[in-house]
Design a protein around this ligand. Sequence first.
Ligand SMILES: C[S@@+](CC[C@H](N)C(=O)[O-])C[C@H]1O[C@@H](n2cnc3c(N)ncnc32)[C@H](O)[C@@H]1O
Length: 273
Amino acid sequence: MSTKIKVKLGRVQETLLLPLVSRAKETEYKNPLLNDTKAVGLFKQIDVDKKKLLRNITEIGVHGLCYRAYKMDEAIRTFLQKHPNGKILDIGAGLDTTYYRCDNGKALWYDLDLPDSIALRTQLLPPPNKRVTYIAKSMLDYTWIDDIGDISNGLFITIPGVLPYFKEEDVRVFLSTIAPRLKGAEIMFDVISQFGKFFVDMRIKAAGMKEAHLEWGILDAKTVTDWSKHIELVRTIKFFEAMPKSNQRLSTKVAMQFNRIFDMTQLFHLRFV
Ligand SMILES: C[S@@+](CC[C@H](N)C(=O)[O-])C[C@H]1O[C@@H](n2cnc3c(N)ncnc32)[C@H](O)[C@@H]1O
């Protein structure tokens, strides 16, 4: 039997386990939103308290994290149809497996995360070819913009499950700093309302990540577009909108409806101009 890989990460970095376990679990559902066999393999390989993680992850939690990936995959595929030789940057990549679901054989992929997360990623999921580059830096170390280089063939940035952990002022400075330097790029990230923070924080704590706090709560994308003349709204997507039919429990269906009514979680799709 192969040796399991120990996971030693900081308190925010270890939250990367939640989307990973969700994608693995979703893949086992009937009619899954994502068929992520890579995530299933990775989850088997890591040495963590799986029982505890699985016990505390709910069906709505699994669907929420996978809906985010599903909509981002859709947007990346659309982008790649227009920009087949473009670049995709995943900020706070963790053990994200988007490349394996969406690669077109031509695009250049960049996965950026803190050094300990990238070390784990490199160990478990080494770059599969020269078109995939890992960047071990904080997103607040803006030298990553030079690492990405020329973006004349298009750049699509995803930031799944990262910005809600930052204070609003940090997010404002981050987006207003990168926007004028990456004109033409599209960016997509998930946001949570102040109300939604309460529920999601509870789930993160229940999964044993007691020190990872959600900070940024937001409802209206105008707050973000008002931060800089270089940020333009493409669209917002409410979580679970146009969700493909599957066999959820009644409690999950009710929770999804509740989430939609109160705009608890959304995706913001923006363009830098
Ligand atoms: C909830 S996980 C999301 C992982 C991945 N995006 C996914 O959906 O599977 C949050 C990620 O943000 C990363 N992160 C936290 N602070 C960061 C920073 N300052 N710069 C880059 N990544 C950061 C963590 O290391 C972790 O991988």
